[in-house]
Design a protein around this ligand. Structure first.
Ligand SMILES: NC(=O)c1ccc[n+]([C@@H]2O[C@H](COP(=O)([O-])OP(=O)(O)OC[C@H]3O[C@@H](n4cnc5c(N)ncnc54)[C@H](OP(=O)(O)O)[C@@H]3O)[C@@H](O)[C@H]2O)c1
Length: 268
């Protein structure tokens, strides 16, 4: 039996949600939280086996489709159109991101452009495609995943941080533009979160990070209430100190001291 809260959520953002980058970590947590709220799911990522592992247990409660898609590849608008077809999408979560750790000049230009493709061009195209559909039907929601790195420059993950600032600015502007048409836009500025990707790079700091489930639930609860959310009170405190309290130079140096500890460690 659906609670009233769940029912309101389904009416506003159902019947289908698409999660871009849903095969592990926060994307998988979003998929589970959305299934809990009764939405059918279209899950996208590059690895079909990993997508199936996320989808299988959810099929007991909702309809789930999976489709492989490289969100950084050219032709994304047409590929999304083809994957979505006639599904009535009421919510889009653009979660996927690509990151490379290391000094800017030591990364190849191809790698840095790939970050822009997946983290900036992807959400831009998804927001344009789903925003148009949702405006036409008069209701819907779009969640863009950003990060605390959007608030202050992040040495050694400079382009990743800049891409997250792009999402914060894009999403908050769309909150203003699309809200009156019934489309709620939310930017989620997550802090460190215990996803497989984060745990691979964070080493000993990993265990103290937030649980992906808590981040996903706090983002879904904030949708329709505000333009952006920072899940977790310690993250909100850090955000306030970094973005508002400290002199810019000091804030950047603190971020630099944090990111210097990150290690790139590929998936096994
Ligand atoms: N974890 C954190 O501490 C943290 C903190 C702040 C913000 N965030 C943000 O939260 C989001 C998720 O983070 P996460 O740690 O869960 O990331 P992750 O573990 O790296 O997972 C990213 C997801 O995106 C998919 N993906 C990556 N590149 C893709 C591509 N080119 N095409 C299609 N799918 C792609 C991956 O699936 P495939 O490999 O199967 O394609 C995976 O499902 C990101 O936007 C990140 O910036 C995370």
């Amino acid at each position: 039996m659906m609670s009233r809260h769940q029912q309101r959520f389904t009416e506003r953002y159902g019947p289908w949600a698409v999660v871009a980058g849903a095969s592990e970590g926060l994307g998988a947590a979003f998929a589970r939280a959305l299934a809990d709220r009764g939405l059918n799911l279209l899950l996208l990522a590059r690895r079909s086996d990993a997508l199936e592992r996320v989808a299988a247990p959810l099929r007991a409660s909702v309809e789930v489709r999976t489709s492989t898609l490289d969100l950084g590849a050219p032709g994304l608008a047409a590929a999304l159109e083809e994957r979505v077809g006639e599904l009535d999408i009421g919510l889009c979560v653009y979660n996927a991101a690509y990151s490379r750790i290391g000094p800017f000049l030591e990364r190849s230009r191809d790698e840095l452009e790939q970050i822009v493709d997946v983290n900036c061009r992807g959400p831009l195209i998804a927001a344009h495609a789903f925003g148009s559909r949702m405006r036409a039907r008069g209701r819907g929601g779009i969640i863009l995943m950003s990060s605390l790195t959007a608030l202050v420059a992040s040495p050694r993950i400079a382009v990743y941080g800049a891409s997250k600032a792009f999402n914060l600015s894009l999403g908050e502007a769309l909150w203003h533009e699309l809200g009156p048409a019934g489309v709620d836009v939310l930017v989620c500025c997550a802090g460190a979160t215990r996803t497989p990707g984060f745990l691979r790079s964070a080493g000993a700091r990993g265990p103290s990070a937030m649980a992906p489930e808590d981040v996903a639930v706090q983002a879904l609860d904030a949708l329709g209430r505000r333009p952006s959310v920072v899940p977790g009170w310690t993250n909100r405190l850090a955000a306030f100190a970094l973005a508002r309290l400290l002199p810019r130079r000091r804030a950047i140096n603190i971020m630099g001291a944090e990111t210097v500890r990150l290690r790139e460690s590929p998936r096994e």
